[in-house]
Design a protein. Sequence first.
Length: 230
Amino acid sequence: MTDALRRTAGEAWAFRARVEREAAKRFRRLSAAIPSFDPESPVSALLARAAGDEERHAELCAGLSAWYGCPDGGSAADVPIAPRSLGARDAVLYEMVAACCITETESVATLATLLGERAEPRVRAVLHEIARDEVLHGRMGWAHLAREAAVRDVSFLSEWVPSMLSGTVEEAFFSAAGPGPDELLRHGVLPPPRKKEVFVRTLVEVVLPGLERLGVSAAPARAWLGGRSI
């Protein structure tokens, strides 16, 4: 294993550790917010449990980062990602869709792809444990969106989905290149071209149809995607 490959793998796992810590804090905050407008929602308790899952994931990712000789990414801040123009209830819905319906659903697809490859045993064990939880974390967002769609108009989200997507991936993501698949997949990292392929396929085949079934038009998101080099 070359030094450059080791560094790439270590940095990827360090980044994941930070993202997991951010998710843990976000889920805790959202768990506390939902009962104020939907006291009967089961999603609040699921979010509290998911926060603990994410903290455990962060430790697993940090362990792999250290194994590859890279610092673990440090602490993470909980920064609300919803536009300030939204009211409290709409802001929670925005974050649930962005963090769960989009990010966690995309994460499941990435993990499933990686588990379909021959990963190092230690890496595979971590991927498997995280994947088991991420499926449930994605479902939290869909459950919350469904509850909200049943009692009010959620179509306003349509215009915000491109912002959610822009917060998920950087513009360079669509033109990035990197080492070949055999070099990175064994270490739990999707090469940039493969990562883009998985992201776009999951967005088009899973996320956008799911949003449309619940009353959120995917037209702005499809326009956003069409404007990228894919």
